[in-house]
Write a protein of this length. Structure first.
Length: 287
């Protein structure tokens, strides 16, 4: 192809550079990391699903404690929506934070917790609470209907004092059961409206692995002593049964040999036992 004045070649070079830049942007690591972020789940209309997420976050050892502290503060201050801390575990090799948060806050919370690290395994499960919710509602309807009947009986003018006292006790019991069911229903609805998120923080370098190995060696002696003590303790429970079973087994073997083996008829034609002496042919005497 000819380029008489070189203008077409000069225009093509910037165009190729622009296309290459767009391709690199499309394959940039930021898009890849965004695709790995987990989203919160919300139950559809009519469904009663409680979603739970469990994630593994690999961070440098120096970032483990700051990331866990930042995650805790973000949840306690409701930075990404209503959030409650359910449990925190922290050790030399990492830690774990369990929280309950609104579905819209799962993605930003996980992104912040994984900042400076790598998001590993992700597990999302859902528990169907439809049957449990329906059962609570049926119990509530039954108790409320019973409560209305008791209220009507209490309004009668011909009711005696003893009957009124019995009705009052029955009404108090029904009221307590209704309050308990209301708490159960609120807990179920909270599980449906929010997501439970478990963040497992672990170190991505080898420093904590070495400390874990040293802790294992230091506790090897204690574990050996504890294991030996447990084995001896369990064997102490079995030893009396062995002592009691030994004479019973010995008596059974003795009776079996005495009455069963000796009572068997001797079958002719069998090969005599080893060690039995065979009669020798006696020489015939001369007559």
């Amino acid at each position: 192809m000819r380029h008489p004045d070189g203008k077409s070649l000069a225009l093509r070079a910037p165009l190729l550079t622009l296309l290459a830049g767009l391709a690199l942007v499309g394959c940039s690591p930021s898009d890849h990391s965004r695709a790995r972020v987990i989203n919160g789940e919300q139950s559809r209309a009519g469904a009663q699903l409680a979603y739970e997420h469990e994630l593994s976050l690999a961070l440098p050892g120096a970032l483990l404690s700051p990331r866990m502290q930042a995650t805790r503060e973000a949840c306690e201050t409701a930075r990404f929506g209503a959030c409650n801390i359910l449990g925190i575990t922290e050790n030399d090799s990492g830690g774990q934070i369990i929280l309950r948060i609104a579905p819209t806050g799962v993605e930003p919370m996980v992104t912040m917790a994984a900042e400076g690290g790598k998001l590993g395994q992700r597990i999302t499960t859902a528990e169907d609470l439809a049957d449990a919710v329906a059962d609570v509602r049926r119990r509530q309807d039954r108790l409320q209907a019973q409560q209305l009947r008791l209220d009507e009986l209490a309004k009668r003018k011909d009711i005696t004092v003893s009957d009124l006292i019995a009705l009052s006790k029955e009404q108090a019991g029904i009221e307590n059961e209704l309050q308990e069911l209301a708490q159960v229903a609120a807990g179920q609805q909270r599980r449906v409206d929010t997501n439970r998120v478990t963040l497992n923080f672990r170190s991505s370098d080898g420093a904590n692995q070495q400390s874990r190995f040293s802790r294992m060696l230091s506790s090897l002696g204690d574990n050996l002593v504890d294991g030996t003590a447990d084995a001896l303790e369990r064997s102490a429970y079995v030893l009396p049964f062995v002592i009691l079973a030994f004479p019973v087994v010995w008596l059974w073997v003795w009776l079996w040999r005495r009455f069963v083996v000796k009572s068997r008829p001797v079958v002719s034609g069998l090969v005599p036992r080893l060690g039995a002496k065979h009669p020798q042919n006696e020489p015939q005497s001369d007559t």
